[in-house]
Design a protein around this ligand. Structure first.
Ligand code: IPE
Ligand code: IPE
Ligand code: MG
Length: 243
């Protein structure tokens, strides 16, 4: 019988914030002789399951990589399918978020998205802004380098306007100009599908996160897999540069 990972967890040291690279939808589909799109569709269902599991074990923030700045280079058909899944996902999530007190936020440069999608995002963010039980942060047209460049531009603008001095720039100032300014740094990064790279995800924010990689492809990832990742996180010795 497989282990019940939930029961193994130390409920007093659950990570506060997990970051997830939801990868492997295309390969999941290929293994089943299905179209990549079917993998994406299945993957969007996984997100709901994993959100429920994260809430159950007491995680407070989950930041998920939905679409990267590099994903525009995929075939147009796939890009528009992913954008439609986001539209549908936001509608579905809106209902869950209202029922379960979930606050939805978006990071990334959404200015490049279609107007209706931008509007949908603005609406759901506004409707859930006072929710406190759980924070779901969705990275859309997100790239860490792009985010840092945009932050540098904002800092420069503050200097130009005289509200900030060059000598005042420190890590805290940088933090406050990033898209993630309202969230603590992730404690744990999970990437599915066997790839062991960051793919331009949260480079600044993951400075001291623990990394967990699994071969499981995102559509097959589930609650127990999440608890297994947290179990391994709890076995790590986090030092933050000290001894
Ligand atoms: C992750 O699955 C979803 C997105 C990047 C949007 P992929 O589409 O990258 O799946 P693989 O990596 O090709 O299997
Ligand atoms: C990272 O996955 C982006 C998302 C999961 C949205 P990719 O599949 O795009 O990354 P690479 O191309 O394997 O690095
Ligand atoms: Mg991939």
């Amino acid at each position: 019988m497989s282990k019940n990972w939930y029961n193994e967890l130390d409920k007093n040291s659950i990570p506060k914030h997990i970051a997830v690279i939801m990868d492997g939808n295309g390969r999941w589909a290929r293994e089943r002789n299905k179209l990549r799109m079917e993998g994406h569709k299945e993957g969007s269902k996984t997100l709901k399951k994993v959100t429920d599991a994260a809430i159950r074990c007491g995680i407070k923030y989950m930041t998920v990589y939905a679409f990267s700045t590099e994903n525009w280079s995929r075939p147009e058909k796939e890009v528009s399918y992913l954008m439609n899944l986001l539209r549908q996902g936001l509608d579905k999530y809106r209902k869950d978020a209202m029922d379960s007190d979930i606050k939805i936020s978006v990071i990334g440069d959404i200015s490049r998205l279609d107007d209706d999608l931008k509007k949908k995002i603005a609406n759901v963010v506004k409707a859930t802004q006072h929710h406190r039980t759980f924070n779901l942060v969705i990275a859309i047209n997100y790239g860490s380098r792009d985010e840092i460049v945009r932050a540098v531009k904002k800092v420069s603008q503050d200097i130009k306007e005289g509200s900030l001095m060059v000598d005042e720039i420190d890590e805290h100032v940088m933090d406050k100009h990033l898209d993630t300014k309202d969230f603590p740094d992730p404690d744990l990064l999970i990437r599915t599908s066997g790839e062991q790279r960051l793919s331009n995800y949260l480079l600044w924010q993951l400075a001291y996160a623990e990394f967990y990689f699994t071969e499981t492809k995102w559509p097959d990832f589930d609650a127990e897999e999440l608890y297994k990742a947290i179990y391994y996180y709890q076995t790590r010795d986090r030092r933050f540069g000290a001894i």
